[in-house]
Design a binder for this molecule. Structure first.
Ligand code: AMP
Ligand code: ZN
Length: 667
């Protein structure tokens, strides 16, 4: 009997592993999320019921949950070396000459691989199972980040076939650009500074204490090197091919080259083509392909003799920095901006670049009228990376960082631990005032139709509004006299404002523009506290106990709630009739029935409107998405569902359900 159970468990694990491999390593889909979840849930249930069959490499172990307060230091069994660099074809010819002399033969061939720009990692396997994952550290010792690494789904916890009994495999933990940009969009939306680059973000992710947080980040792992006592293959290339077969993600851009000329063709091709890759690379790594030759060549103090990196020239140009100006955001944060003489960089004209903060300017000693180097790393905002001191004007003076707000002249403050200066004049600084109102009316917040960013500025300049509550006092006769304002537009504005009184509480909460409270956080808070009053009296501790609310968000809410002007504003909003609590109907209808499920709604419905349907999904804890992907759990199809949607759903094997099926699901 128990033998049968074990067989079922083993079979489920194997199936799920294969699906993970297809999806995360091969980029193929063979199963819908729905079917995957069913199998995973079944496995989870069996593992709970039969704890004797627990296995650290089970696919159920990928969701995270382990907290690491201090990462254990582990000595590498085999040192992790760095690489020597080369920058030209001549450098490569010199390298070839050295190794051929060393080997006493001209019979050498090379593999060329991309140099992935991330955080290096060493994975140890024994008998087909992942044993540990350790960061590079100083090359001799690194940190044990196994719990975090397990959440990266392209890393096999259990190999798919016979490879070596005991070995290490090395690679790079990367954050693909798409995922990186998405993370940054979310940060910017809540007024946080964006992450600087994918590499640092990837390596920072490995050291997060909560592996559940790591699981949420779209990290990936590209592997490039197997280390073992004895490798039963002839070449590096063959070893990687075999490793790919047993489940490792080894990028396909590897080429065996018989000469440095051929190596250079590879380099030239990827120097431009790399911009089309989903992740960042900073060069090419050239390795002697034959493993016996590698052994013979061995290592220097720092690096293998059998490998060399070729660094791409970063896309860098020099130009004149005309002026440093300062920008205020709606939260009061000051950003210094370099206004540059226009320069072509990676296909676009660059005129401005962020200088980040005062420390950065001081560190690089950047001054007005300097000739500076501007770089575009990957697809991200251009940055000033240095100064051409040879061109500095003789009468140049060190930059005095702004002491006062460029907009309201208030003395700037800088809190301890904060990289940025702030304008503390929250309620008097024009940019902060209009910025907050513009955020309030925006589509994802109060969605006030007819009222645009410029009109807000106009209304403010005319002295008609100072805060978002003032919007509700506006009368049409006050708006019509504004420049270029037609009566109809004025009416639209008034109507839009009136209509916004019906906007549900969670959106109002987001609209208030509390620092660090973005859309998702606002939803969480609204659902938890159910009214603004309960949230505003909540203590710091109480706030941090809410799912996904950390210290920083909690503190920001406490600060907001203790401010007398905010309390008065909220009172006014209440008197105008805005929704400051979850509707009774909402509160009665909330369930978790669809927790974790993602729906796409398509077609025409009969029993509910499309919007009612979407609301029902969210009320029951599900999510609505507008496009079908591998992640979609169900498609609720009405009449006339688009044929292309249907084809896509069928090819991804996503269950298509009717309105009736859906209603049954939630009742
Ligand atoms: P550097 O950090 O510039 O000294 O470059 C050495 C690092 O490049 C190694 O420690 C690896 O982490 C990384 N690297 C990225 N891609 C590769 C690759 N294909 N082969 C070897 N090392 C690589
Ligand atoms: Zn100001």
């Amino acid at each position: 009997m128990n033998q049968d159970i074990l067989e079922i468990i083993t079979q489920l694990r194997e199936e799920l592993r294969q699906h993970n491999y297809n999806y995360y390593v091969l980029d193929n889909v063979a199963i819908s999320d729905y079917d995957f979840d069913i199998k995973l849930n079944k496995l989870q249930a069996l593992e709970e019921q039969y704890p004797q069959y627990f296995d650290t490499t089970s696919p159920t172990q990928r969701v995270g949950g382990e907290i690491t307060k201090n990462f254990r230091t582990i000595t590498h069994e085999n040192r992790m070396y760095s690489l020597d660099n080369s920058y030209s074809k001549e450098d490569l010819f010199d390298w070839e000459k050295r190794i051929q002399k060393n080997l006493g033969t001209e019979n050498t061939e090379y593999t060329c691989e991309l140099k992935y720009d991330g955080a290096s990692i060493n994975l140890s396997y024994k008998n087909g199972k992942l044993i540990s994952a350790v960061t590079r550290g100083d090359g001799f010792k690194g940190d044990d980040v196994t719990a975090n690494i397990k959440t990266i789904k392209s890393i096999p916890l259990q190999l798919k076939g016979q490879f070596l009994d005991s070995f290490e495999i090395r690679g790079e933990i990367i954050l693909p650009l798409d995922g990186f940009n998405k993370m940054n969009e979310e940060r910017i939306a809540v007024g946080e500074d964006p992450y600087r680059n994918p590499r640092n973000t990837a390596s920072g992710s490995l050291k997060l204490q909560d592996s559940v947080e790591v699981a949420k980040r779209p990290l990936d792992c590209l592997l490039y090197h197997v280390v073992a006592n004895k490798i039963p293959f002839e070449t590096h290339f063959e070893t990687l091919e075999k490793a790919r077969k047993v489940g490792f993600k080894i990028p396909k851009a590897i080429k065996v080259c018989k000469s440095i000329d051929a190596v250079f063709e590879f380099i030239n091709f990827w120097d431009t083509e790399r911009h089309n890759l989903p992740y960042e690379t900073d060069g090419i790594v050239i390795k002697v392909n034959n493993l016996h030759q590698q052994d013979e060549l061995g290592f220097t103090e720092k690096a293998p003799r059998w490998a060399i990196a070729y660094k791409f020239k970063a896309e860098q140009e020099s130009t004149v920095l005309n002026e440093i100006t300062y920008q205020v955001g709606r939260t009061g944060a000051i950003t210094p901006v370099a206004n540059l003489g226009p320069v072509q960089l990676a296909g676009t004209t660059v005129k401005r670049a962020s200088l980040h903060n005062a420390d950065q300017i001081e560190k690089l000693d950047i001054r007005e009228r300097d000739t500076v180097f501007v770089e575009k790393g990957g697809e991200i905002i251009p940055k000033v990376v240095g100064v051409d001191f040879s061109k500095r004007p003789s009468d140049s003076q060190p930059t005095q960082y702004a002491t006062h707000c460029p907009d309201c002249e208030t003395l700037l403050v800088r809190k301890e631990g904060d990289a940025k200066h702030y304008c503390p004049n929250e309620f008097g600084c024009p940019t902060q005032i209009t910025g907050r109102i513009q955020h309030f009316i925006s589509r994802k917040a109060m969605n006030i139709d007819g009222l645009g960013a410029e009109t807000v500025e106009l209304l403010f300049e005319e002295g008609l509004i100072y805060n978002y509550a003032d919007l509700y006092d506006l009368r049409i006769e006050q708006i019509i006299p504004l420049e270029r304002m037609a009566e109809k537009s004025a009416q639209n504005i008034v109507d839009g404002i009136e209509l916004s009184k019906k906007v549900p509480f969670e959106k109002v909460l987001f609209a208030l523009g509390i620092r660090f409270v973005g859309e998702t956080v606002a939803k969480k808070l609204a659902k938890h506290y159910k009214s603004i009053d309960k949230m505003m009296v909540a203590s710091f501790e109480d706030l941090t106990n809410v799912d996904e609310i950390g210290d920083r968000i909690a503190q920001s809410i406490v600060d907001f709630s203790n401010d007398l002007s905010n309390i008065q504003l909220i009172d006014r909003l209440r008197n105008y009739g805005l929704q400051l609590e979850m509707s009774a109907e909402f509160q009665a209808n909330q369930t978790d029935k669809l927790q974790g499920k993602i729906f796409v709604v398509s077609g025409v419905f009969h029993q509910m409107s499309r919007n009612e349907l979407k609301k029902a999904i969210e009320d029951n804890g599900g999510k609505v998405s507008s496009s079908i992907s591998k992640k979609t759990s169900y498609i609720v199809a009405g009449d006339n569902m688009g044929p292309s949607k249907r084809t896509k759903a069928e090819s991804l094997e996503i269950p298509i359900i009717t309105e009736g099926d859906f209603i049954e699901m939630i009742t």
